[in-house]
Design a protein around this ligand. Structure first.
Ligand SMILES: [Zn+2]
Ligand SMILES: [Zn+2]
Length: 423
């Protein structure tokens, strides 16, 4: 039996990969405009990094990680996300010694052992940014504005940023108490997961998707109600900066991130798809995370978005470029000698930076012309025995059918001039 790719993975073939490249190129140019630089960290890390940096109690760490013992009997894990790795690099590579803040972005594969029926991939791809070493509200606004402008640039419509503040450990302790007080009498109506969360992590009950939990939490005290003065001022400033910059946002008190190192701003970018809103990006501030993984106290904020998810949204809104890039020109060589000469010509043009194709199968003139048309070439360069004898090259305009001859010795220069003029 032929070997198949692992469940939950995909081959990205020509025809689809152009969409990925388009998205990645757009991401890279927006990041350049915002002054974010790329970081690439290893595909696998010590398991402990994710246990500490993603959180022991999260589904990711409890159920979804690709963890293995390597030959040195160390526990390694294929990265399920990148924030912990970036924070690890910030500490290990002493990026805190550079001018702050450090503004980084990444694009790459992540790995989670998802159930196949969930429609998610086990190897999926994320773009994300992390800003380390700055705690000002304007940093939060910049990060949100970056992804907002990326989606605008891509042409997505129906966008809205949901934003909230989860506060700091001080105001969160207060919120936790009030929330438990509010929920205690209705605890039995919560789903099993939420009953478990009640003591450990009651904040997460607020974003449970279970309808009965959502009903129980109607009117529950929100994080915003209990913010301390510092957190409250921070949040109001973020909102003011976003509003002035034209970012459409809505404060969503149910938007929470349950782990202790998440602080202050939390956000999701929603997109409208077939009547419903769904998230295509999530992020927030994590001022306690770098310490959590053993580094110096360092404020941080970031977001991650699924590449597959955003491509799907672009597809739904019909915003993906459809055209495969066209071949500008094809060289048509007939006979062995012409093939050798033609190859030299094509090589000279390619080394000047001009894309030009050539038949590699020794096909007939008719079939080579057909292939040139199929690839959308606008010019064909024809070289046969007879042209070689006369030391000329035929240039045929495939749109008009017009032909001209140029001396073979001048062909590279002539063709390249045409290319530069866009003929
Ligand atoms: Zn606070
Ligand atoms: Zn629940």
């Amino acid at each position: 039996m032929a070997i198949q790719r692992p469940k939950g993975t995909q081959d990205l073939l020509p025809g689809i990969i152009e969409q990925w490249q388009y998205l990645e190129e757009t991401i890279r140019s927006v990041c350049r405009e915002y002054g974010y630089e790329e970081i690439r960290t290893p595909m696998f890390e010590a398991t402990e990094l994710f246990q500490r940096g993603v959180g022991q109690t999260t589904d990711i760490v409890k159920k979804e990680m690709y963890t293995f013992q390597d030959k040195g009997d160390r526990s390694m894990t294929l990265r399920p996300e990148l924030t912990a790795s970036v924070c690890r690099a910030y500490v290990e590579d002493k990026l805190y010694g550079q001018p702050q803040p450090v503004k980084l972005y990444y694009i790459g594969p992540m790995f989670r052992y998802e159930r196949p029926q969930s429609g998610r991939f086990r190897q999926f791809h994320q773009f994300g940014v992390e800003v380390l070493g700055a705690d000002q509200p304007i940093v939060d606004a910049e990060v949100i504005s970056l992804v907002w402008n990326l989606y605008k640039r891509l042409g997505l419509s129906g966008l809205e940023v949901h934003v909230n503040s989860v506060g700091c450990p001080v105001c969160r302790a207060r919120h936790r108490e009030q929330l438990q007080e509010f929920l205690i009498s209705r605890k039995k109506d919560l789903c099993n997961d939420c009953q478990e969360r009640f003591d450990r992590n009651p904040l997460r009950i607020l974003d449970c998707k279970n309808p009965s939990c959502q009903e129980v939490t109607v009117g529950a005290p929100t994080t915003r109600d209990t913010l301390c003065e510092d957190c409250s001022t921070h949040f109001e400033k973020v909102l003011a900066i976003l509003g002035r910059a034209g970012v459409v946002y809505r404060v969503n008190p149910r938007l929470v991130r349950g782990l202790d190192y998440y602080t202050k701003t939390a956000f999701e970018v929603m997109v409208e798809e077939i009547g419903a809103q769904s998230a295509i990006c999530g992020g927030g501030r994590y001022d306690k995370l770098v310490e959590e993984i053993g580094g110096p106290a360092t404020p941080g904020i970031g977001f991650a978005m699924g590449i597959e998810r955003v491509l799907a949204a672009l597809q739904v809104q019909n915003k993906l470029p459809e055209e495969k890039p066209k071949q500008f020109a094809m060289l048509i060589a007939l006979g062995e000698k012409a093939q050798i000469e033609g190859f030299a010509l094509v090589t000279a043009l390619r080394s000047k930076g001009m894309p030009v194709g050539m038949d590699l199968l020794g096909r007939s003139l008719k079939n080579q012309l057909k292939s040139a048309n199929r690839q959308g070439a606008s010019l064909a360069f024809i070289l046969g025995e007879e042209e070689l004898d006369r030391n000329v090259l035929v240039i045929r305009d495939l749109t008009s059918g017009e032909q001209m001859e140029v001396p073979l010795n001048d062909a590279v220069e002539e063709i390249f001039m045409k290319y530069q003029r866009g003929v």
